[in-house]
Design a protein around this ligand. Structure first.
Ligand SMILES: [Zn+2]
Length: 280
């Protein structure tokens, strides 16, 4: 896994500008992401729809990049690529109306999934792998949890029926995993509702020597795994919620590290090549 390449992709996303749905930065992000996935040989599905949860029409697009056999079990790795319209947690009130740079919150998950795509492109996985780039995770008001994960809700609504070869058997959500001080604790809802997947993540961390993963649940986070769980798709949120720059103007590339991105990418790769789920 090439951590420097992953970090360069974080920098590039921040340079595209805020990736707020309907803005030029978001359009540039979609074009760049689709180009990377095409170059990396993925079968690409574009899931475009309009969401009205926020009281206005929000155009959202999820991208699903497919690798591996079309039949049999599939594993989904998910990350949101949109970024927050405001730095509403910034200690400086002058920053709170500004859009988030989104290096870690948005950029890091995408960079890790693309690093896995580099590997999937070189070596076909033993089971089907869907890299799911979700839109509209972070557009809601902080006090309104139902306004989050709009892309994941659209994805969940379009899942194939249980038992179908098109429907993943499990989903691993990667969010805010590029922090230079990487500390990942099992997310509480994931550990209650998808304990077997949490165990696979910890096995992956042990097997790959990842030192930033811990065994004791710490935070309950409203994230893209929740709509997936609600739709009956076992899902786990892999997130480092100990991130001082969270939803502040300091969520910049200098908060991320190539080593953290590579560590998480190795964990993700172990899941799709080596875990019990990878044995079809
Ligand atoms: Zn966020």
């Amino acid at each position: 896994m090439d951590g420097a390449r992953a970090r360069a992709r974080v920098v590039h996303q921040v340079e595209l500008g805020p990736r707020v749905p309907g803005t030029p930065g978001h359009a540039a992000m979609m074009a760049w992401l689709e180009g990377e996935l095409m170059r990396l040989g993925a079968g690409i599905e574009r899931q475009a729809f309009t969401d009205s949860t926020l009281g206005r029409a929000l155009p959202l697009t999820n991208f699903i990049a497919r690798y591996g056999p079309a039949r049999g079990r599939r594993i989904a790795l998910c990350a949101h690529y949109d970024t927050r319209p405001w730095c509403d947690q910034d200690p400086d009130s002058a920053h709170r109306a500004l859009p988030l740079p989104g290096a870690n919150d948005g950029g890091s998950g995408v960079a890790v999934l693309l690093e896995v795509a580099e590997l999937l492109h070189r070596r076909a996985p033993p089971v089907g792998v869907d890299l799911v780039f979700l839109d509209g995770e972070d557009q809601g008001r902080a006090s309104q949890p139902q306004e989050f994960s709009l892309g994941a809700k659209g994805y969940a609504a379009r899942l194939a029926i249980p038992g179908s070869d098109a429907r993943p058997a499990a989903a691993f959500v990667f969010d805010m995993i590029g922090d230079k001080d990487l500390e990942i604790y099992p997310e509480i809802q994931s550990s209650q509702r998808a304990a077997n997947l949490c165990a696979i993540v910890l096995d992956a961390a042990r097997a790959t020597g990842a030192r930033g993963f811990h065994g004791t649940p710490r935070y309950a986070v409203t994230d893209d795994h929740v709509p997936l769980l609600e739709a009956g798709l076992p899902a786990v949120d892999i997130i480092d919620f100990d991130y001082p720059a969270w939803h502040t103007a300091r969520d910049l590339p200098d908060q991320t590290s190539a080593e953290s991105l590579a560590e998480v990418a190795r964990v993700a790769a172990w899941i799709v090549y080596r875990s019990p789920l990878a044995r079809s």
